[in-house]
Design a protein around this ligand. Structure first.
Ligand code: CUA
Length: 331
């Protein structure tokens, strides 16, 4: 009977066991000390109760060593709990380098997914087993929260910026996705499924559908369509910074300050280009606020990120050859 009561979701990701171990250990420690303190309160209340009307308590002197022991031992326990919790936290929020990136856009009241190959899904997300998956998420309207209990994964999904989660599914099956942040009338209906498949089945699933252009291809198309390429050129940094290789690097701003180029910085630069002006450039770029959907911004960022890896390969090639690449001259 108790098996049917979902007190605890099944463990279906590589992180789940770790999170549960942490959770149950903390719960155990809390219950132990809770009962110990409550028990001692009751015991002392009875043991040292006032036995006659005119009894006056004597001052008690606890030995210094007793005080040191009950300070140092809990301190050590708490620090160990902190260290363990921090380790699991870092693990949970630092996607491994080989994670494949999927895009998530939340809106009232649905989840929209895009696979790197270009496939789009609503409320369902198919993923391969045993592959780290990184989700870059944003919202088109209000705050939502992406919550898959079986993976022990939960993160707010915010309008106007990106948050990420990652997981590696360890079990084939269908796992419930919840929105875990009240987001309006149909919040409770805003759910879906993560469908974990054997890698071969996933490949077949992908092959059996019309995926459309990949994220990078869509981004490249947009890069031309929105005329980004007229200023952000690969061969000239006169009007705007070269974007090849920029992702993950540090940029310097006019008037001081630096930042590592990440998804949020790229998003800000597209929506509010003058907020942080790269050193040596004038505020020429117009804003693209309201001119692109969240999906399109994600694709554009996906494309810019892909330039990063290209450029690093190109870099080697360029430094190997002594003659510069022929540059087409344009009037
Ligand atoms: Cu979206 Cu609750």
């Amino acid at each position: 009977m108790w098996k049917n009561v979902p007190f605890f979701p099944e463990q279906a990701s590589t992180l789940a066991g770790e999170v549960d171990a942490l959770y149950f250990t903390f719960l155990g420690i809390s219950v132990f000390f809770g009962l110990l303190v409550a028990g001692l309160v009751v015991f002392f209340a009875i043991r040292f109760r006032r036995r006659s009307e005119d009894e006056i308590g004597r001052p008690e002197k606890a030995g210094i060593w007793l005080e040191i022991i009950w300070s140092v031992i809990p301190l050590a326990i708490l620090l160990a709990m902190f260290a363990w919790g921090a380790k699991v936290y870092v693990q949970a929020f630092r996607p491994p380098g080989n994670a494949i990136e999927y895009f998530v856009t939340a809106k009232q009241w649905m989840w929209k997914f895009q696979h790197p190959q270009g496939n789009r899904e609503i409320n369902n997300l198919h993923v391969p087993l045993g592959q780290p998956i990184r989700l870059t998420m944003t919202s088109e309207d209000v705050i939502h929260s992406f919550f898959v209990p079986a993976f022990r994964v939960k993160a707010d999904v915010l309008p106007g910026r990106y948050t990420t989660v990652w997981f590696e599914a360890s079990k084939v099956g269908t796992f419930h996705l919840f929105c875990a942040e009240y987001c309006g009338a149909e919040h409770s209906m805003m759910g879906g499924s993560i469908i974990v498949m054997e890698p071969a089945d996933y490949e077949m699933w992908l092959a059996g559908r019309d995926s459309g252009p990949s994220v990078i291809a869509s981004g490249e198309e947009l890069f031309k369509l929105k005329a980004c390429n007229t200023c952000h050129r690969s061969d000239s940094a006169t009007l705007a910074p070269i974007l090849h290789g920029v992702f993950g690097e540090e940029v310097e701003f006019e008037g001081g300050g630096t930042q590592i180029v990440d998804e949020n910085y790229l998003r800000e630069s597209i929506m509010n280009p003058t907020a942080k002006l790269v050193k040596g450039y004038k505020p020429l770029m117009p804003t693209y606020k309201g001119q692109m959907t969240e999906d399109e911004v994600l694709q554009l960022i996906g494309y810019i990120k892909s330039l990063a890896s290209d450029a690093k390969e190109d870099h080697g090639a360029v430094s190997d050859s002594s003659s510069p690449d022929p540059v087409p001259d344009e009037g």
